[in-house]
Design a protein around this ligand. Structure first.
Ligand code: 4AD
Ligand code: MG
Length: 431
């Protein structure tokens, strides 16, 4: 008997096949039982008729518990009424392992309960759809970068110094020396860009942020492209193209998953064909003040500010020209206005906030040294980084895409905790 995956079941219509999976749901009406089975690649409804399988098999099936693992044999039929398109007329089954009372039922559960059971919560269709979209988002980004001449360079996770400021570092002991979990691979990408021109890294990053918001994770995944000879405006052009490509790929290949997530895709559909708005930080502050936000020039945006700015536009919006003192030490100042830097954040629509942070980097040795001192960073730990300015420094730019922010936006999730398989949150490192 052919053992098939449910994703391929359509190729076996009219045949007798064996599937292996878990019992997702079960109902019984007299002489018929309906077993909904999932195998991770899909779902199918199995129909078991007493007269076909006999008394013994039929009553064995009646005692099956949710999430019991099974091998089920049956005849594949097309079925227009089924949400999965096919049905299995069951001729027999074997239990692989019985499940105890499964803690996650098909009714609603509180989010803390679900997070405590994340290892099981993953099995639900909604979570499966999110993980599939996440996988494809990663693949689309990699594909676009590869097609556009970027080389993947892996950055280290254990680092001797800060990249994004010292307040959110996770410290660890490195054989008697202090080391930190990486906040960003950027500085290493700058070195690599001087070697290979266009590079990117993709890996986990760590921020000991004491903020408990729906947009923050303690451990999150970031894609960080870095490009030699690219300046601020072109940096934004590249980000825009990349985001459009990712959206169009997901819309093309994940209609079913987005439907399972009840994602209204009408706004996403416009994105590949639109021009992203670009506003300055100055304009953003004026706009927010007009709207009554309690903010003044020099302040960083809070989540409500980002939401207000983005909701004023159809698609994503770049905010550029931030005050230097609220941004990282490595950003290049504006030529005519040294109080602002050539940095832009890309804000997603629909309240999803900043999905990309990018900037042109400081390429002048003396100014960079000055910044390192101003930020009270240990110069010695940055000597290698300063070398990049000593040996053929060039204008260069890059950006970081927060993967989970992108997943949350595209899937329409209201919290980042569902956008990553095992979220690390403030006060949560289990499971
Ligand atoms: O703006 P950030 O801090 O920029 C950097 O780390 C730069 N070194 C990137 C670069 O230029 N190579 O972070 C970049 C993105 C943010 O726009 C956001 O999407 C995401 O990373 N991000 C977070 N995502 C989840 N949880 C957090 N705590 C995040 N902090 C940043
Ligand atoms: Mg940022």
């Amino acid at each position: 008997m052919a053992k098939v995956l449910l994703k391929d079941i359509g190729q076996h219509v009219g045949q007798e096949v064996t599937i292996r999976g878990w019992l997702y749901n079960h109902r019984s009406s007299g002489k018929i039982q309906f077993l909904i089975i999932r195998d991770g690649t899909g779902f199918i409804q199995g129909v078991m008729v007493k007269n076909d399988v006999g008394e013994e098999v039929f009553s064995l099936a009646q005692g099956l518990t949710q999430e019991t693992s099974l091998e089920v044999t049956g005849h594949v039929k097309e079925d227009d009424r089924s949400p999965w398109g096919y049905e299995l007329a069951i001729s027999g089954f074997e239990i692989i392992a019985r499940a105890e009372d499964y803690p996650i039922s098909l009714k609603e559960h509180g989010v803390d309960f679900l997070l405590d059971h994340r290892h099981l919560w993953m099995r639900t269709p909604r979570q499966v759809a999110i993980m599939r979209v996440r996988d494809s988002i990663i693949r689309a980004i990699r594909q676009w970068l590869h097609d556009n001449g970027f080389c993947l360079i892996d950055a280290p996770i254990l680092t001797p110094a800060a990249c994004e400021g010292t307040t959110t570092l996770f410290e660890t002991d490195y054989f008697g020396e202090k080391a930190y979990l990486s906040q960003s691979g950027q500085l290493y990408m700058e070195a690599a860009a001087m070697a290979l021109g266009r590079v990117y890294c993709f890996g986990p990053t760590f921020r000991a942020e004491k903020s408990k918001t729906r947009r923050h994770l303690i451990e999150f995944w970031m894609m960080e492209p870095e490009m030699a000879f690219v300046e601020h405006d072109e940096n934004m052009d590249i980000q825009e193209e990349l985001v459009k490509y990712v959206i169009s790929q997901i819309l093309e290949h994940h209609k079913q998953d987005l439907a399972a997530l009840e994602r209204d895709v009408s706004r996403l559909e416009k994105i590949p064909n639109m021009k992203f708005a670009r506003i300055t930080y100055d304009e953003a502050i004026d706009f927010l003040r007009e709207k009554g936000h309690d903010i003044k020039w020099g302040d960083d945006f809070g989540a409500p500010d980002e939401t207000a700015l983005a909701s004023h536009h159809e698609g994503p919006v770049f905010v550029e020209g931030f005050p230097a003192h609220i941004k990282a030490f490595y950003m290049k100042p504006h030529a005519d206005r040294p109080d602002i830097v050539l940095a832009a954040d890309l804000l997603a629509p629909e309240g999803y906030g900043e999905i990309i942070g990018g900037s042109q980097r400081l390429d002048d040795l003396d100014l960079l040294l000055k910044r390192i001192k101003e930020h009270k960073l240990p110069q010695q730990a940055f000597e290698w980084y300063l070398d990049l300015r000593r040996y053929g420094s060039v204008p260069h730019s890059g950006f970081g895409i927060g993967l989970e922010r992108l997943v949350a936006w595209i899937c329409g999730l209201d919290h980042l905790r569902e956008a990553i398989p095992f979220p690390r949150l403030l006060n949560r490192i289990y499971p």
